[in-house]
Design a protein around this ligand. Structure first.
Ligand code: NAD
Ligand code: TYD
Length: 352
C-alpha cells in the first residue's frame, strides 16, 4: 500500500513525509507543484529512498491526479497542498481560489472515481484526510470560548475563505457520495522548514540579518502556536482513529500575543547567539501598518481529538520555541537559499 501526500514539499507536508517514513509508514507518493513555497531541499534526506516518489504537478490537473490514483492505488490521501499565506491572499487572491478551491474539488473528484471502483475491503480502508486551518472560524473576542468543531464558519481573509470553501466541498463529498473523509482544523504551526514569510521564521531570519522585526498594528493579536511535529502526530492519530466524516480541531494550548511571541524569540536568540553589541534583539522590533481585516484572536478547543484519538502535543511552548530557534541557527544555509531570488520581491512589496 502507499499513501498520496499533496503539498509534501512545503513546510508541514515535508515534516509529515519525513516523520511518516521515519516511523516506518507505507511508501509515499508526493504530489507538489513546487510553487515558491515548495522546496526540494526540505526532502533532501530522502534522496535515494525508494519509499518516496516525488511527482511535480498540480492537484488541479485532473488527468495527472487520476493517473496517480490508477498507478499507485493509495490507501489514503493527505491533502496539504494549498496557497497558505494570508498576506499574499490579500495582495493576490486568485491563486488561492485556483488551488484551495478548484484544486481541492478536482482532487476530490479523482478520489471519488477511484474510491467507487474499489472492492469492499479496500473501500473500508480508504481515507481522504483534508488538512485545514482554525482561521475558517473567524476571530474571537478576548473572553470568547475557544473554537470547537461546531463553531460557525466566519472566514475573514481570502485565504481563510478559500480554505472554508474547500472544507465545505470535503464535507459534501462525504454526505453526497459517501467518500470516507476526515478534516482537521489546526492552529498556527512553527518549526523546521517554515518559509520565512510567516511570523516565527521571519523574526529569526531578520534578527540574525540585523533587520527590523515588523509587528503588525499593536502586536496584541493572539495566536495559538503548535510545534509542527505535534501537528503531524495529530494527523496520524486522526488517520488511524478518526471517525469518518468528522472534523477534528488541533491546537497547542499556547495562546500568545504576537508581541510576547517575538519577545520570547528574541530572548532565546539573546542566549543562543548574542548580538555583538551586547544589546537584545528586541531592540530591532518595529511597529508597522496593520494587516487589513487582521483577526484578533484564535484559540482551539482540542478536547475532541484528545478524547477520540488519544492525541496530545508532546512539546511545551518553551521546548518547541527553543528547538525551532536552534534549528534555524543550525540550518542557516537553508534560509539563505529560500530567501534569495523572488523572496526579496515579496519582502519589498509587503513591507514597503
Ligand atoms: P506551505 O505554503 O509551506 O506549503 C504548501 C505546499 O503546497 C507547497 O509545497 C506548494 O508547492 C504546494 N502547492 C501549492 N499549490 C499547489 C497545487 N496547486 N498543487 C500541488 N501542490 C501545490 O504551507 P504549509 O504551511 O505547509 O501548510 C500546509 C497545509 O496546512 C495548508 O493546507 C494550510 O492551509 C494548512 N495549515 C497550515 C497552518 C500553518 O500554520 N502553516 C496551520 C493550519 C493549517
Ligand atoms: P502569520 O505567521 O502570517 O500567520 P497567520 O496570519 O496565518 O496567523 O502571522 C502570525 C501573526 O503574526 C498574525 O497575527 C500576523 C502577525 N505578523 C506580524 O505581526 N508581522 C509579520 O511580519 C508577519 C508576517 C505576521
Amino acid at each position: 500500500m502507499t499513501i498520496l501526500v499533496t503539498g509534501g514539499a512545503g513546510f508541514i507536508g515535508a515534516n509529515f513525509v519525513l516523520d511518516w517514513l521515519k516511523a516506518g509508514g507505507e511508501p509515499v507518493v508526493n504530489l507538489d507543484k513546487l510553487t515558491y513555497a515548495g522546496n526540494m531541499e526540505n526532502l533532501a534526506s530522502l534522496k535515494g529512498n525508494n519509499a518516496h516518489t516525488f511527482v511535480q504537478g498540480d492537484i488541479g490537473d485532473a488527468g495527472l491526479v487520476e493517473k496517480l490514483f490508477a498507478e499507485h492505488a493509495p490507501r489514503a490521501v493527505i491533502n496539504f497542498a494549498a496557497e497558505s499565506h494570508v498576506d499574499r491572499s490579500i495582495h493576490a487572491p486568485e491563486d488561492f481560489i485556483q488551488t484551495n478551491v478548484v484544486g481541492t474539488f478536482r482532487l476530490l473528484q479523482a478520489a471519488r472515481g477511484y474510491f467507487d471502483a474499489l472492492g469492499d475491503a479496500d473501500k473500508q480502508k480508504f481515507r481522504f484526510l483534508h488538512v485545514s486551518t482554525d482561521e475558517v472560524y473567524g476571530s474571537l473576542e478576548p473572553t470568547d470560548p475557544a473554537f470547537s468543531e461546531t463553531k460557525r464558519y466566519e472566514p475573514n481573509s481570502p485565504y481563510s475563505a478559500s480554505k472554508a470553501a474547500s472544507d465545505h466541498l470535503v464535507r459534501a463529498y462525504h454526505h453526497t457520495y459517501k467518500l470516507p473523509v476526515l478534516t482537521t482544523n489546526c492552529s498556527n504551526n512553527y518549526g523546521p522548514y517554515q518559509f520565512p514569510e510567516k511570523l516565527i521564521p521571519l523574526v529569526i531570519h531578520n534578527a540574525l540579518a540585523g533587520k527590523d522585526l515588523p509587528i503588525y498594528g499593536d502586536g496584541q493579536q493572539i495566536r495559538d502556536w503548535l510545534y509542527v511535529g505535534d501537528h503531524c502526530s495529530a494527523i496520524r492519530a486522526v488517520l488511524e482513529r478518526g471517525r469518518l466524516g468528522e472534523v477534528y480541531n488541533i491546537g497547542g494550548n499556547n495562546e500568545r500575543a504576537n508581541l510576547d511571541t517575538v519577545k520570547t524569540l528574541c530572548a532565546i536568540l539573546d542566549r543562543l547567539r548574542p548580538r555583538k553589541d551586547g544589546k537584545s534583539y528586541a531592540a530591532q522590533m518595529v511597529f508597522v501598518k496593520d494587516r487589513p481585516g487582521h483577526d484578533r484572536r484564535y484559540a482551539i478547543d482540542a478536547r475532541k481529538i484528545a478524547a477520540e484519538c488519544g492525541w496530545r502535543p508532546a512539546e511545551t511552548p518553551d521546548s518547541g520555541f527553543e528547538k525551532t530557534v536552534a534549528w534555524y541557527l543550525n540550518n542557516e544555509a537553508w534560509t539563505k537559499h529560500v530567501t534569495s531570488g523572488d523572496y526579496r520581491n515579496w519582502v519589498a512589496k509587503q513591507y514597503a
